[in-house]
Design a binder for this molecule. Structure first.
Ligand SMILES: Nc1ncnc2c1ncn2[C@@H]1O[C@H](COP(=O)(O)OP(=O)(O)OP(=O)(O)O)[C@@H](O)[C@H]1O
Length: 332
């Protein structure tokens, strides 16, 4: 198949609160190729999990996909009926949700849980084939095959997370969405689990979306990094460009607020707060916190547009620089 594995067009997701729809994900456009890994970062509440859940159609009331389209492996996700959607999940797109390791059933063994997942999608495999597949998967994620007969309480956090990775790849999906897959683990185990996830993803040739807050982990794990702010994608760049030449002022501030062991500097956050649902200011949603904000930023919401080879930014200042114009001239 040629073309992207994932294609998101103008996707908006709202939450209905007191008879009013509030946008949590606004007009997101994104393509992802086979084998490509994209990281999505953003402050808490920026819409990352809402976007991830919508990509599996796992969002629940009061969330609603208000507009847009999602195509995965050539299939229009939003047009699928209940049964085709059930088969589509895990088979074509799988998810390691936030706190995945706590979602394992405490009263059944790993083997039982993996068998149930496989059986829910295929009736063709014999018990022997299923057991062979389970043991192979456990080994692929760095676990002993004996783990199949253990219960979740007999596993460490890192082992549980590996089981969740094995479950996510059980049907060899084309797209894996991992929402903070390592947030509850210590740093050493985090690195190992991410390495495992990357290995299985590249063996499958699957595309991967990695959602998280840890920019250091992202730097080592993904090909591209996208930033969400107040429900929008505001930056999307190859990982090296993102760190070496950040364009969006928010990305710059995020990078500046990272602690550095080489340069002992006081830790700085980003002043101000991200606007809550339904409290978006006019113009660019970041302008109240932006050190470069000008009149145009207070009035016009900048679209996410090409800002260099393979990169996009939603910022008037970046757009002016790309057009070779002086920002002050543009802002008048
Ligand atoms: N069930 C819900 N009902 C109403 N609003 C919700 C609901 N779930 C999330 N929201 C709101 O939607 C917005 C996006 O939330 P979301 O959980 O997608 O953010 P996030 O970037 O994943 O945050 P975190 O990093 O903390 O997981 C937030 O303003 C949040 O308060």
């Amino acid at each position: 198949m040629t073309g992207p594995v994932l294609s998101i067009r103008n996707l908006s997701v709202t939450y209905r609160i007191a008879n009013e729809d509030f946008p949590a994900v606004s007009d997101v456009n994104l393509d992802l190729a086979a084998g490509e890994r994209i990281g999505i970062v953003g402050e808490s509440g920026s819409g990352k999990s809402t976007l991830a859940l919508a990509l599996m159609r796992l969002h629940k009331h009061p969330a609603r996909i208000a507009s847009g389209s999602v195509t995965i492996g050539g299939t229009d996700l939003l047009s699928l009926g209940k049964e085709p959607l059930r088969r589509f999940r895990w088979d074509r797109v799988s998810m390691i949700p936030q706190g995945a390791m706590n979602s394992l059933n405490p009263v059944t063994t790993v083997r039982r849980q993996m068998t149930d997942t496989i059986r829910a999608h295929t009736r063709e495999l014999s018990k022997r084939d299923i057991n062979a597949r389970i043991e192979d998967l456990l080994e692929r994620v760095g676990l002993d095959r004996g783990v199949a007969d253990l219960y979740p309480h007999e596993l460490s956090g890192g082992m549980k997370q590996r089981v969740c990775i094995a479950l996510a790849i059980v049907l060899e999906p084309q797209l894996i969405i991992a929402d903070e897959p390592t947030s509850a683990l210590d740093v050493v185990v985090q690195r190992r689990v991410i390495e495992t996830l990357k290995d299985v993803q590249s063996q499958l040739g699957a595309a991967m979306i990695l959602i998280g807050h840890d920019m250091g982990l992202m730097a080592q794990s993904v090909d591209r990094l996208a930033v969400m702010y107040a429900g929008r994608l505001v930056d999307d760049a190859p990982i090296r460009d993102f760190f070496h030449d950040p364009q969006h002022p928010y990305s710059r501030l995020l990078i500046d607020s990272l602690p550095s062991p080489d340069e002992l500097k006081p830790l700085t956050g980003i002043p101000g707060m991200q606007p809550g649902l339904g409290r978006l200011p006019d113009g660019c949603p970041f302008h109240p916190r932006c050190p470069n904000a000008a009149e145009v930023c207070r009035n016009i919401d900048p679209p996410l547009e090409l800002s260099g080879p393979s990169r996009r930014a939603a910022c008037h200042m970046v757009a002016a620089a790309r057009a070779g114009r002086n920002f002050e001239e543009v802002t008048g």
